[in-house]
Design a protein around this ligand. Structure first.
Ligand code: SIN
Length: 194
């Protein structure tokens, strides 16, 4: 599959005719809402685990030296915490462009964590392992080293990691994978290695 997913995502007709659609964000979409939304609520999806396994050629790295950003992988019993946004369908044009480097829109059940705590069907952007920008598994220490040396048009890769970790902490959510990588990065900085 080509890395640029814009055309594939545009063809999704699941929510055609809807005035509003829920989108679940688990990475930069948690802390960088650079689009209009009608509601923003802490939420989770079940059966998915967050991993820094996706390459970023356009935001936190370059085509020659991609950074590492998050995707989610199916995992029985896992819960991925993030932020749900209620958007007008026109906003997908912006989101499809922003998430074009391998992310596909997938329909999921989103569990809301405030208000009525109900479940709503919505969209999550997932970078599957068959996309051209996929980097796959590495140890959390290796991932921290990779992030430490990467940067792209949206800024240093380390900012992406730190902002995600801060947001999860502010939401009271513990993600062992994200926090372990953050700790390795802090150790690297403190040791003067980077
Ligand atoms: C997301 O945040 O939901 C997708 C991954 C990213 O843009 O960081």
């Amino acid at each position: 599959m080509s890395a640029n997913t814009i055309e594939i995502n545009r063809r999704m007709d699941k929510f055609d005719g809807h005035q509003q659609v829920w989108v679940f964000g688990y990475g930069s979409l948690i802390y960088k809402a650079d689009f209009p939304y009608l509601e923003r609520r802490p939420a989770h999806i079940q059966g998915w685990a967050r991993r820094f396994w996706q390459g970023s050629h356009d935001h936190r790295g370059t085509p020659d030296a991609p950074g590492r950003v998050v995707t989610i992988i199916p995992q029985t019993g896992a819960v991925c915490h993030g932020m749900a946004y209620l958007i007008a369908p026109e906003v997908f044009e912006h989101l499809d462009y922003r998430e074009k480097n391998g992310y596909l829109r997938v329909v999921v059940d989103i569990g809301m964590e405030d208000g009525d705590r109900g479940v709503a069907e919505g969209v999550v952007y997932i970078a599957r392992e068959d996309n051209a920008a996929y980097l796959g598994a590495a140890s959390e220490e290796e991932i921290a080293h990779h992030i430490a040396r990467s940067a792209g048009p949206s800024g240093p890769n380390s900012d992406y990691l730190m902002q995600l970790a801060i947001s999860l902490r502010e939401m009271g959510k513990h993600d062992p994978h994200v926090f372990a990588i953050e700790q390795f990065l802090v150790d690297l900085i403190n040791s003067g290695e980077i």
